[in-house]
Every structure is written in structure tokens, then in C-alpha cells.
Design a protein around this ligand. Structure first.
Ligand code: ADP
Ligand code: MG
Length: 275
């Protein structure tokens, strides 16, 4: 078989068709077929299945890279026992990506270190695996980027680009104060995506404090009205995972006056809700 014209052409055509995985596996598969160990249907099925799986893995990897995650996190790595306020069934439901299909939002609310960013990234990775385009930004960085674009007269184009992904993750709303222009740009993002595409927001601030975050209670109400219309809130009330890890290692934990403040801040964020 090897060296025959048909054999050479088979390999050349598989290369031309970009079927690299099939090409690498076909010699062994053909030998098995010739020995009668497996039916031709099984052999072809397995070769093509391998090709499709390899391609899916490659395009997932591309989408994950394009998403710009600061680190990679998965749902498997999330310790639900450590964070009992997070309902695993709710996260599993979100991981089905129904919310992305339906252009709904997810808001992760809670104090520092409880796993908001972890869960947001893990859901983003699931979205990439399911074939959705994903973008991850710290909210302040996204707004800074839009502000720069506005200064150069490129706001509309940059906003369109920023909002192109089926899933946008805006991390850390409320960590840094925003000025009027940033608050307005935030409204533009929310308005652009409303009922068209999903956004995951993470925040250490309860909804009642978004007026302060945006520096304008009326604008905050308009923003929240749109975000919450089709949304799931994941309200995480718990201990910082970082502090626990440090405590376990025997390192004295710093006194964090922020923590108690943040905790009381999220208490009135309301129960997890779906609409
Ligand atoms: P937040 O965004 O709420 O401040 P992060 O998601 O950044 O917190 O979590 C801080 C660190 O602790 C990250 O390395 C994250 O992977 C880890 N972490 C947080 N919660 C959990 C958890 N329940 N199980 C496993 N790792 C966790
Ligand atoms: Mg975070």
C-alpha cells in the first residue's frame, strides 16, 4: 500500500483538505481495517470523530485566548463546600449556557476573595467551549479604553467592538470610583447589550450602592433596570478564600477593616433571583 500512487494521493488530499488528524491516524486505521479487526464504518467514524474533536479543542483554545482572561479558572476547581452561599445547582444551570442563548445577565455580588472572578471566568470558559465568543475586562479598564476612544473620536467603533462578543465579562464594578464620563460610558455598554447579548458583572457593592459607584442615582437606576430585567444574581456571602488559604498555612492574617464593611454592604443585595 505504502508508496502506491493512491496512497500518496490519499495523504496529499488529506493535507489539502486540512484533515491533519485523519492523516496522522489513517495508516494505523487502514492496517487495522485490512486485518479485519474493525469494520470500515467504525474506522471512518473514529477517524472523523478525532478530527472534529481536535478542531473543536483548537477553536475553543482560540476563543479562550481571545477572551483575555487574566488567569484560567474552571468550575471543577471551585470548592462549593467552602462557599455554601453559592448554590451549585444554580451554577450548573448557568453552565448550560441557556443564559447566553437568551441574552440574559449574571451578576456576582460579594466581598473580596469569595470567588466572584473565579466563577465569572469559569462560566466564560464554558461559553468558549460551547462556541460563543467571550471577552473579559476589568470594568474600569473597559471604560478607560472607551474614554480614550472617545477622545480620539472613535467611540462608536470601539463600543461596537467591545460589545461584539456574545458574552462580555465586566469584572470589579465598584472597586474604583468612576467619574461622570465613565458612568455614562457604562450606561452605553449596558444599553448596547440589553436584550441582545449577555454580560456577567462582578461587584463588591450592593445594588443600593450603585448610585454612589456611578455618581448618579438616576443613571444607576436606569442601568440596573436594564441589567436586572433578564438576570440572575449570585449573591456570595462568605469568607475570603485567599484568607483561608493563608490561615491554613499558618501565616497570621491581616486585620481587614474593609471586610466587615463589605459584608454589611452586600447584605441588602437581595436573594438570588431569576426573571
Ligand atoms: P473575588 O473576585 O471574589 O475577589 P476571586 O475569584 O479572585 O475572588 O478568588 C480569589 C482566589 O481564591 C482565586 O485564586 C480563586 O481561584 C480562589 N477561590 C475563591 N473561591 C474559591 C473556591 N470556593 N474554591 C476554589 N478556589 C477559590
Ligand atoms: Mg475579583
Amino acid at each position: 500500500m505504502k508508496g502506491s500512487l493512491a496512497y500518496e494521493r490519499l495523504h496529499a488530499n488529506l493535507q489539502a483538505l486540512n484533515l491533519g488528524t485523519v492523516e496522522r491516524g489513517i495508516d494505523t486505521a487502514l492496517e487495522n481495517g485490512v486485518r479485519g479487526e474493525r469494520s470500515l464504518t467504525d474506522v471512518l467514524d473514529e477517524l472523523l470523530h478525532q478530527e472534529v474533536t481536535a478542531r473543536q479543542a483548537l477553536s475553543t483554545e482560540t476563543r479562550v485566548r481571545l477572551a483575555g482572561f487574566p488567569v484560567r479558572k474552571t468550575l471543577d476547581e471551585f470548592d462549593f463546600e467552602f462557599q455554601p452561599s453559592v448554590d451549585p445547582a444554580l451554577i450548573r444551570e448557568l453552565a448550560t449556557m441557556r443564559f447566553v442563548h437568551n441574552a440574559e445577565n449574571v451578576i456576582m455580588v460579594g466581598p473580596a476573595g469569595v470567588g466572584k472572578t473565579h466563577l465569572a471566568i469559569a462560566l466564560g470558559m464554558e461559553a468558549a467551549r460551547s462556541g460563543f465568543s467571550v471577552s473579559f475586562y476589568s470594568a474600569s479598564r473597559a471604560l478607560g479604553k472607551l474614554r480614550q476612544a472617545a477622545d480620539r473620536g472613535l467611540l462608536e467603533r470601539t463600543l461596537r467592538n467591545l460589545c461584539r462578543s456574545r458574552l462580555l465579562i465586566l469584572d470589579e464594578i465598584g472597586y474604583l470610583p468612576w467619574d461622570r464620563q465613565m458612568a455614562h460610558l457604562f450606561f452605553r455598554i449596558v444599553e448596547n447589550r440589553y436584550e441582545r447579548a449577555s454580560t456577567i458583572f462582578t461587584s463588591n457593592k450592593a445594588y443600593s450602592e450603585w448610585g454612589e459607584v456611578l455618581g448618579d442615582p438616576v443613571l444607576a437606576a436606569a442601568v440596573l433596570d436594564r441589567i436586572l430585567h433578564h438576570s440572575t444574581t449570585v449573591n456570595i456571602r462568605g469568607e475570603s478564600y485567599r484568607l483561608r488559604v493563608r490561615r491554613k498555612a499558618g501565616t497570621p492574617t491581616p486585620v481587614v477593616p474593609m471586610e466587615s464593611k463589605e459584608r454589611s454592604a452586600t447584605r441588602d443585595a437581595g436573594p438570588a433571583r431569576r426573571k
